[in-house]
Design a protein around this ligand. Structure first.
Ligand code: OAD
Length: 233
């Protein structure tokens, strides 16, 4: 039977591409209040502030290049004899830029726009503003297609099914502070997957992983991918 690998990624995998993480010193949440820029209430209160925050991140991510960790995961998907699913909390699009195809954006993407009047989705322009009309219904109710605190992450049913069938679950560059992603290791473990953490330093859920490797993603991810491909071939 073919093997299945599910990989959860967080901001740490893109840190060496120059994109800031959230909870590290100088991270995004040290500079902005979550309530102001990453909640539906914050958007209702000051949509321009929220658009400006995501516009800046969109421009930064368009200029960023994938690093050796993103490329290693794309190589894994291309060469592994079973299935590889990347479930990412990142909204930056660097997995796709590196060549990964089976990517689920559970927190949405900076490169998408969403109309909160009619739910129409379309590719986001480089910058968005509060009164941009929806191309489908014309309502000036457009927002970035990202998931905010208090909203349901995307693809949860597909993720649960994948975790239930995973032989290996790998968590890369995420602090384990945000649910439901922080609980994926428990779900995968419960269904019998081998669990691996690759991170700069131990996450808050480190004790729940069977195997751990600590160091920068550009080092530990290519090393783990090379070992996994050797094991599987
Ligand atoms: P965090 O900022 O919480 O955690 C980043 C993790 O990456 C930490 O564990 C760091 O130790 C690690 N890290 C930093 N540099 C690294 C490197 N070069 N190589 C490997 N690891 C490195 O970011 P996330 O866990 O992704 O949600 O945050 C989860 C969610 O919280 C985000 O998707 C976002 C945020 O609030 C929403 O906005 C809804």
């Amino acid at each position: 039977m073919s093997q299945s690998i599910v990989i959860l990624t967080g901001a740490g995998i893109s840190a060496e591409s120059g994109l800031g993480t959230f909870r590290d010193e100088d991270g995004l949440w040290a500079q902005h209040r979550i309530e102001d820029v990453a909640t539906p209430e914050g958007f209702a209160h000051n949509p321009k502030l929220v658009h400006d925050f995501y516009n800046a991140r969109r421009v930064q991510s368009m200029e960023a290049e994938p690093n050796a960790a993103h490329f290693a995961l794309a190589e894994l998907e291309a060469k592994f004899p079973g299935t590889v699913l990347i479930v990412t909390q990142n909204v930056d699009g660097l997995h796709e830029k590196a060549g990964s195809q089976n990517v689920l954006h559970m927190h949405g993407t900076l490169h998408g726009a969403l109309c909160h009047a009619c739910d129409h989705r379309w590719p986001a322009p480089a910058t968005m503003a509060p009164h941009d009309p929806c191309p489908a219904c014309g309502t000036p109710a457009t927002r970035p297609d990202v998931v905010w605190f208090g909203e349901m992450p995307y693809g949860m049913e597909r993720i649960s099914n994948a975790l239930a069938q995973a032989d290996v679950f790998v968590s890369i560059g995420t602090s384990g502070e945000v649910y439901p992603a922080a609980n994926f290791v428990n779900e995968a473990d419960m269904f019998g997957a081998h669990t691996v953490e690759l991170n700069l330093e131990p996450s808050s859920g480190v004790s729940r992983f069977a195997e751990t490797h600590f160091g920068p993603a550009t080092q530990v991810v290519p090393e783990w991918v090379a070992a996994e491909l050797t094991r599987s071939n």
